[in-house]
Structures are given as C-alpha cells and as structure tokens.
Design a binder for this molecule. Sequence first.
Ligand code: ADP
Length: 469
Amino acid sequence: MSRLIAVSNRVADSSNGKTAGGLAVGLLAALRKQGGVWFGWGGRTCHGEPTDPTVIRRGKVSYATIDIDEVEFENYYNGYSNGCLWPLCHYMLNFFHYERCFGRAYVRVNALFARKLRPLLQVDDVIWAHDYHLIPLAGELRKAEVENPIGFFLHVPFPNIDVLRTLPGHRLILEMLTRYDVIGFQTTSDVRSFIEGLSRVGFLESRLGHDRFRACGREFTAAAFPIGIDVPGVIQMSERAVGSATVKRMRDGLVSRDLITGVDRLDYSKGLPERFRAFEELLASYPDTRGRLVFMQIAPPTRGGVRAYQDIRAELERLSGNINGRFAEPDWVPIRYLNRGFSRSILMGIFRAARIGLVTPLRDGMNLVAKEFVAAQDPDDPGALILSSLAGAAEELDAAVIVNPYDIEGVAEAIQRAANMRLAERQERHRSMMGQLRLNDIGAWTDRFLGALEAVRQQECRGGSITDA
Ligand code: ADP
C-alpha cells in the first residue's frame, strides 16, 4: 500500500479531542487507519518566508506543519478562501467580497505549500489534498516535477457555472482542478456542476467513461464520494457519554421536557437565524409546544477575522434574547444558546439525549452533524432528524424529515410533526438511515477515494489509460 500524504489548510491537533469541522474528523480517521503524513498550516503566522516544516510523529501519523506570513495568510485565508470561495460555493453571493490581492496571495500560498512539501515526498507516495483552500496545489506540484498521483476532495458544494463565473479568474479555478488525477465531490449534483462548468468555458475535450474525462489536455476521474462517519465510534461514544455527569446534569435541567438540538459552527451558511425564527414560529403557532420543548443550539465561533461572522454572532444573540424574552416562563427558558465547543463525546451524548435533531443549513457540502445525530440515537427510542434539502446529506438520508430551511413556517411544522412522531415511525426512519450510514461509513469513503487514486498509479505504471474508476 502506498504511503498517504494528506494535505489540508489546517493540520488539526488530534491530542485535545475537541476537533471541530468535518474535514478534521474525516481525515484523522483515514490517516489513523492507513498511516502517513498530514501536511498543512500549523496555526501560527510569521513574517516573511517560513522555515522548513516541523514534523511530529504520533502513532502511525506524522504531522508536518508550516507557518505562513501574516499578511499572506490574511489575504489567502480570510480574503480569498473564506471571503470569496466559501460564499461562492455556498451560493451566498451577498457575502462575496473580492480583491485582486486575495487571488494573488491564494496562488502564492499554494506555491509555498508545494515548495515545503516537495522535499518530504517519496516516489511511491499518493497525495490527497483537501478542500477549497488548495485548488492550485496540484498545478504547483506539477511545476516542481512531482509525478505522483494527486487527488483532491472538495468538502463544500461545487457551484453551478452561473454562480462560479461571479469570480474573476474562475476559468483558472476550473483549469487548476484538471491538474489533479482524481477530483472528488460530495454529491452527484456537484460533479454535474463541475463538468458543466468545464464544458461552458470550452475546456472539456471528451468524456472517456462514466467517471473519466479529458480537459485542458489532461485525463482525470471526477466522481461523487459522499463522506461518511465512524459509525461504531459514534455509537460507542454516545452510549458512554449519555451516562456522563455533564449529560446527566443537562437532562436533569430539562425536567422531562423534550430536547431539540442544533450543533454547528457559527457560520452564515448554517441557517441559524432562520432556525431560531422557525422555533419562534413554532411557539407562536402551536401553543401546546410551549413549556414542552427546549431548543439547545451549540455554536462555537469560527473565522472571527471575517466581518460576516461577527455580524451573525450579534444577530443570534439578539434573536435568542428576543425569543426567550417573549416566551419564557419562571420555570422554562425556550432557547439555550451556547457559544462554545464541546468534546465530541459530550456532543454525541447530547445527540442521544435529544428527541429532535435540527440540521437546517442554507447550503452544505455534506453536514456530518446530521449523520452523527442519527448514529448516536438509541435504536429502541430514536430521536427524529429534521434535515435541510440543501445539505449534501439529504441525498443519502432521505428518510429524515426533509425541509426547505428558508421556509420558516414549513420548518416549524416539521418540528411539530417530529415532536409528535410515533415510536414505530421514528424507528423505521432510523433503521433506514442507519443502513445507509453503515454502507458508506468513513472507512468506505477513504477506501473508495484512495482506490480511485491507486488505479491511477497502477495505470501510469502500465503506461495505459483508464476508462472508468
Ligand atoms: P462543517 O465542516 O461545515 O463544520 P459538518 O457538520 O460537516 O460541518 O462537520 C462538523 C463537525 O464538527 C462534526 O463532526 C461535529 O461533530 C463537529 N463539531 C461541530 N460543532 C462542534 C462543537 N461545538 N464541539 C466539538 N465538535 C463540534
């Protein structure tokens, strides 16, 4: 088996158990299984050219991290990655803010990654780059004569060309993606957007097979690889955590009221103001729910350097204050809004204790919380999942109660329905979703992606071309 070199913007610290973000959770499981190197930014900025990577080995995984110049980082990360690409990929153009210096820093930081990674590479390695921060990486590695198979997985949605072309230089983004050997997306609809984009700008030369394409003079695989979760791991964590002191105290505090839970990074794509308003609508339109349900939203702040993230925080504080002020009783507070992270095990315990999981992003690549919520349930008395039709997870979890997150009254209705759902229906939906989660767990996801990358290596060794992955 080839050595795996995983590359992502941020290398997560695996030692504190508080890793937030789908990418970190998925990638760590993959690396621990197969062993290899995780390369990326270590979380520190510097001035000027950074030194060589710091390498720390833990078990089967080596963590190789670099610093990035402070100004470069601001423009590459807050400016281009999170101020341009993130809103674009989530179809939220009102948050899109472009400056030319962002794009230039983005390419330079990718060149820096390639320069610092190059000396660590061995001839048999396969390289797997992750997410929208690193679209130009393969091109930069190819310039440095790296011929190893290089794959790319996009954790966020890939926008339709009519949205993508908002971005000055969008043709370069499409071209850079074709420098990879395997390009993975979360859903079939993302693959369609990518291929249609290539075709519309005149880059697509031919379709070689179901998943194989030729564009910009290169052949590659482009396919959907929906990311999964560690199902037995989540089950075990949730069973243990439900008996922990923290979760017990929380349950005692509910005084036998039903818990609705939402767990998200504090991000405008997660639809949190709409979710709060839907809960308000529920209390207003279905008075019997007052005093019966408690909505707990956990939302640790992220990307504090981007203005839109400060704004949404203020908006949610105002909304939760207003709703609690309007409906609270001396012995009942409707919304508990927690602006902080929790250990994964406590989170899984909270999921298990909840009657309803509210996962209503306005757009999401996958949404791992939806999958974790389902896996964390007690199969004998499972909670119901309310899931946005605009999350990638809805393609697989079609037995959830599917809602349009913009339809405030529709979400309120869905909560009312889920709160009254009979045991047999909850069990049936849960059984169906668990079947899907087990079929495509984190191991299957890694195996499928790395299998596609390995097929490229073997074909290159034979000097032929593959027609299908
Ligand atoms: P995103 O990648 O956009 O943050 P996902 O739902 O795909 O969204 O992934 C979020 C991951 O981070 C999940 O695995 C979830 O358990 C974890 N997570 C989210 N919020 C917290 C939190 N407050 N504390 C710890 N882990 C969290």
